[in-house]
Structure formats: structure tokens, C-alpha cells
Design a binder for this molecule. Structure first.
Ligand SMILES: CC(C)(COP(=O)(O)OP(=O)(O)OC[C@H]1O[C@@H](n2cnc3c(N)ncnc32)[C@H](O)[C@@H]1OP(=O)(O)O)[C@@H](O)C(=O)NCCC(=O)NCCS
Length: 185
């Protein structure tokens, strides 16, 4: 298990651990309004123990190789989370999810983190396909796989409930054999 993934000198990904619980919980609460625009789980994270339970669950999934979650650090400050929330070994594929604190947005941090994770999937985890799903109207999120040369493969109708409202998902896929830009800019 890698200690950390270095995206560049300012952006580092470190495996999610219980020692991060208090900082991550505070960050989640501070960004509750920003995150709930596109993430369905904010009402389930209202106490520190909810974040601790999430981390414990992800650690268990990491031990069985079906998920892998990282904290994102920008200049040594915890600014978000990214990882493979489902690794399908039989089909050598994984689905990626991510979020960033509002204050860290607009600087390319997540694009660099997703690039490093995608390379880790192909080079270290020996996966063949990485998939990213985002609400059709979540332009900022969709811009990341688009910048990194993922292919837009289609739309899933009403694939997610966001606080009582169904949203369509745009699907992006990238294969280890795809040529072209995982190294943008
Ligand atoms: C999705 C999310 C991570 C995108 O954040 P973001 O800041 O737009 O993405 P990045 O960190 O890659 O930054 C890209 C921006 O930085 C700019 N930028 C500056 N330097 C850059 C660099 N070296 N590389 C890439 N972009 C750079 C880009 O131009 C872009 O700015 P723009 O949006 O004005 O075009 C963020 O909006 C978020 O967490 N939202 C809430 C939760 C969410 O939606 N999660 C995803 C669910 S599918």
C-alpha cells in the first residue's frame, strides 16, 4: 500500500486514516452548503463519529481491495477527498469519486489529484478502466475527466437522488490503452 501519491510539489494524496477524522469532519461541516449541491450524503455526517464510522468502513473495504480512499493535501493543508469508491477486480475497472473544499477550488488541485489517481490505477493497481460519473449539470466536475482525456460515453437517466430530486449522470471512461492526454498542461 503506497504511503502517498505525489501529484506535484503542492498536491499530495495520503491514504484516509482515523487520525484524519477530526480535521475531515470539520472540513465537511465548514463546506456543507457547497458540497450538498452535488453530494447526497451531507445529512448523514452531523457528528464526528459519523466521519469516524465512514473512515472505518473505507478501511475495511481497502483491506479487501474493493475501495481505496485518499485525503488530498494542498501545501500541507487537508482540502478534500478522492479515491476509488468501487474497485471491480474481475473486470479490472474502478469508479472514482472526489470532493474539494470551496476555498481550494479553482487552482487545478483536483485535476492533478485525479490525474495521479488514474495513473496509479493503471500503473500500480493493474486496472484497465477508470470511470467517473457526474451529474449532467455539474460542469466543474465534468471538466476534470474532459481535461484529462477521458471519453464521454453517455448519460444515465435519473441515476441519483439528490435530496428528493433525481439527477441524470454523465459517464466518462478512460482505458489503460487509450492514447492521449492524461498529462495535461
Ligand atoms: C468538482 C470539484 C472538485 C471541481 O473543483 P475545481 O476547482 O473546479 O477543479 P480543479 O481543482 O481541477 O480546478 C480547475 C480550475 O482551476 C483552474 N486551474 C488553474 N490552474 C490549473 C492547473 N494547473 N490545472 C488545471 N486547472 C487549473 C482551471 O482553469 C479551472 O478553473 P475554472 O473552473 O475557472 O475553469 C469541486 O467543484 C467540488 O468539490 N465540488 C463539490 C463536490 C462535487 O461536485 N464533487 C464531484 C461529484 S461528481
Amino acid at each position: 500500500m503506497p504511503l502517498e501519491l505525489k501529484a506535484d510539489r503542492d498536491v499530495v494524496l495520503r491514504p484516509l486514516r482515523l487520525k484524519h477524522a477530526a480535521t475531515l469532519f470539520a472540513l465537511t461541516r465548514e463546506n456543507e452548503r457547497w458540497l450538498r449541491r452535488w453530494l447526497p450524503w451531507l445529512d448523514a455526517v452531523t457528528k464526528l463519529e459519523h466521519t469516524r464510522a465512514f473512515i472505518t468502513r473505507m478501511r475495511e473495504l481497502e483491506r479487501t481491495g474493493v475501495a481505496l480512499t485518499f485525503t488530498i493535501w494542498h501545501r500541507e493543508e487537508l482540502v478534500g477527498v478522492a479515491g476509488f469508491n468501487w474497485i471491480d477486480r474481475a473486470n479490472r475497472s474502478a469508479t472514482m469519486g472526489y470532493w474539494l473544499a470551496e476555498g481550494a477550488a479553482g487552482q487545478g488541485v483536483m485535476t492533478k489529484a485525479v490525474k495521479a489517481l488514474t495513473e496509479h490505477a493503471f500503473r500500480t493497481l493493474d486496472l484497465h478502466r477508470v470511470e467517473i460519473r457526474a451529474a449532467v449539470r455539474n460542469r466543474a466536475s465534468r471538466a476534470i475527466p474532459e481535461r484529462l482525456g477521458f471519453r464521454h460515453e453517455g448519460t444515465l437517466r435519473q441515476a441519483e437522488w439528490l435530496y428528493g430530486k433525481a439527477v441524470n449522470h454523465a459517464i466518462y471512461g478512460r482505458l489503460a490503452t487509450d492514447r492521449g492526454a492524461s498529462g495535461h498542461r
